[in-house]
Design a protein around this ligand. Sequence first.
Ligand code: TPP
Ligand code: MG
Length: 598
Amino acid sequence: MTEPNVNTLWANVLVDELAKSGIGAACISPGSRSTPLTVAFAAHPEIETFSHLDERSSAFFGLGRARRTDTPTALVCTSGTAAANFHPAVLEASESRVPMVVLTADRPRELLDSGANQTTDQTKLYGDAVRWFRSLADPEADGRKLRSLRTTAARAVANATKTPAGPVHLNVPFRKPLEPTPVAGDIPDDFENRESLAANGRDGPFVSISRGQSVPADASLDSYARAIDTADRGLIVCGPTDNTPLTAAGLQSLAEATGFPVLADPLSGHRFGPHIADIPVCGGYDSYLDGAASDSTLPNPDIVIRFGASPTSKVLRKYLAAVETRQVILDPAGGWREAEFTASDLVISEPTAFATELSGRLPQDATTTEQSPYQERFMQLEQAYWSTVEAETDRTWFEGGILSTVCSRTPDPSTVFVSNSMPVRDMDRFGKPRAANLTVLGNRGVSGIDGITSTALGAGSATDDPLVLITGDIAFYHDMNGLLALDRCGVDATIIVIDNDGGGIFNILPIAEFDPPFTEQFQTPHGLDFEPVGSLYGCSFEHIGSLERFETAFEESVSSEGTEILCLTVDSEQSHEIREELHERVKKKRASWLNGDE
Ligand SMILES: Cc1ncc(C[n+]2csc(CCOP(=O)(O)OP(=O)(O)O)c2C)c(N)n1
Ligand SMILES: [Mg+2]
């Protein structure tokens, strides 16, 4: 390694160490101050680079890739507002526990507060949203400083991937020249021999960082086993997952040992998957549990065990609060993700270890006790619910039916990314559990409607599975820039835009009664025809207004190369009416379903 100048040496050492510590991909946006980093990343043989013109899209793309791969992505940008454009994705990564290493280039420190161009205070720019922040030293050919740099890089990756995972921020100042131009005297001739460890690092990471696994003490596990064993009825609730997931095997062992039904959020990793064929997985609770805590539909559970983040379903969250039962929250990070504040227990444990350890302590005949009839009731509700829903979704063109079609017809395996607002809610209500390998992802950390397309394409960049994105029209508009990644990053997708000309979700809020300002300020119909977007970004585009055509076009798209934007014209108010009518029908009929009346 003979470096032309100290910046090149510094950036190469940093990137070399990030790669050795597990970074395999970097999203890079153009800029001058970040030149040493960009050149180093672009030249690194083991790092895949993705060039993005827009930093906001870039950061979301990196987030999507990290979410799909469970390994941190690096982000690189120049100084100034470029760094601020990473902020939305940094917030989402923090709240949804996605590992990322954010590298912002900076001017030398003495230029702060001096009127120097493109200079702002980047110290702790993302506040508490990052797990770790370091402003690096000025580059120097100094053995100790370079060993510090390598140690910092290894620790940055470790801090991004710890529990809870999340973004870390390294601010990296450089002085000119920024290019790999030879600078006489910058690096002493014998430097590499003298400081080989600093310059070349080790064969593997400079610091191997290992971590223990948190599992509750025996006495605590025994007491939970006793509580489950003495409970007549219980539920397992799987909320949106993160990089410390409850594995299929862990869930299966707990479900079998307890006999408890499993209520699985569409983002939990357990609504869909080959393993659910053997597990009592429920997905229709958003309708049939509405108000069920206070009527005689179902007896209330005696204990609830919750994994993952807070469920998408408001009905489920309210139900769990209303039943006022013992509610155990599992969080390996010791966080609190239960905003009704009715949970009674917090277990700080790796979820799979907890599930497996607990299962092993339960009597093997647990499923033959009174818990079984309870599970059977849920299964009856599920069966009746899905046949009621399918009778509607098989013939009616509305937003819920689109999600139902996607969930039942997406090829096995696939990666499916679902936008916030109504699409994720409709997937919750209309996405029937299916024993197929669907990796369903969403940005539920902060539930923004920004960066949706980019996050989906980032996830798609990490896999050869077909990629399906379901987004609303406003979310699609918001991140149109992200579509450039289709071509520049070589990603194919089926993009389903549910076009109800505005924010359909606002129709169900009380503000809908106040017009003005409702239409102009909330629903915001834009009247945009997205058709030219197809030719702008080099993909095919089709307006679709019927279920029959959608079914055919969707199947054609997911089984062919290239990207299709399927822009579905729907009426938001009518969709709400159909949802509501179905919901009320389910509520009315659930008691008779359980009595076997029909
Ligand atoms: C970045 C951001 N800005 C604003 C919001 C508030 N918001 C929530 S849903 C929504 C409308 C979304 O419209 P669309 O994507 O078309 O979905 P639809 O409501 O029609 O299902 C808005 C503006 C948000 N969540 N994130
Ligand atoms: Mg909309």
